[in-house]
Structures are given as structure tokens and as C-alpha cells.
Design a protein around this ligand. Structure first.
Ligand SMILES: [Zn+2]
Length: 108
């Protein structure tokens, strides 16, 4: 019985496809106005707290993803909440500063 092995070319093709898909998600998000997508993103919890988090499309180990929302711990109110990315252009300078001062863990 022959075990199925991938040639280096096949592996590269798969990696390239995954990379393109991830890049596509980041580009679409940026195009929609979410400037920090794929890196530091300003999010708002259900109680209205603003903070920045690392939001990488499709990759997350510290939160439960629910489509555009995700469940994670809010570092401001110290509670669990659904959070959602907010457009920086929709925030006032003061809100942006608050959000930037509140950062959660430095891992996705
Ligand atoms: Zn909160």
C-alpha cells in the first residue's frame, strides 16, 4: 500500500491558495474601512467599551468566532462580551485614544 505524499510543488500550491484567501479577506476588510484589520483593530463590546485587539480573519485562539462578531474578554469592563470591529473614521479623536489605550493580549 502506497501512502499519499505531496510533492513540494503541491504543498506550495496549497500554501499559496491559503495565503491568497487570507490576503483576500484582509483586503476586503480594509476596503470596507476597517483599517486595523489583520493587526490592531478597534473593537467595541456590547457595553460600549472601546479597545484594540489583534483581529486576524480566520485565526483566533482566545475567542469564539461568531461571524463578524466574536466572543472575547473585554479588558475595559473585565467581562466577557461579543465584540465587533468599528470603523476608525466613525470614532471621535477622544474615542480613538481611549481605544488605543485599552489593549488586550498581544496574541490573536
Ligand atoms: Zn466591555
Amino acid at each position: 500500500m502506497k501512502s499519499k505524499k505531496y510533492t513540494p510543488q503541491q504543498v506550495l500550491k496549497r500554501l499559496a491558495a491559503a495565503g491568497v484567501a487570507l490576503l483576500g479577506a484582509v483586503i476586503v476588510a480594509r476596503w470596507r474601512g476597517y483599517s486595523g484589520f489583520g493587526g490592531n483593530t478597534v473593537v467595541r463590546c456590547r457595553k460600549g467599551h472601546l479597545f484594540t485587539t489583534i483581529w486576524v480573519p480566520g485565526i483566533s485562539i482566545k475567542s469564539v468566532r461568531l461571524g463578524w462578531y466574536r466572543l472575547q474578554r473585554c479588558p475595559v469592563g473585565k467581562h466577557w462580551s461579543l465584540v465587533k470591529p468599528v470603523k476608525e473614521s466613525e470614532l471621535s479623536e477622544e474615542e480613538l485614544q481611549t481605544a488605543r489605550q485599552n489593549k488586550d493580549w498581544r496574541i490573536p
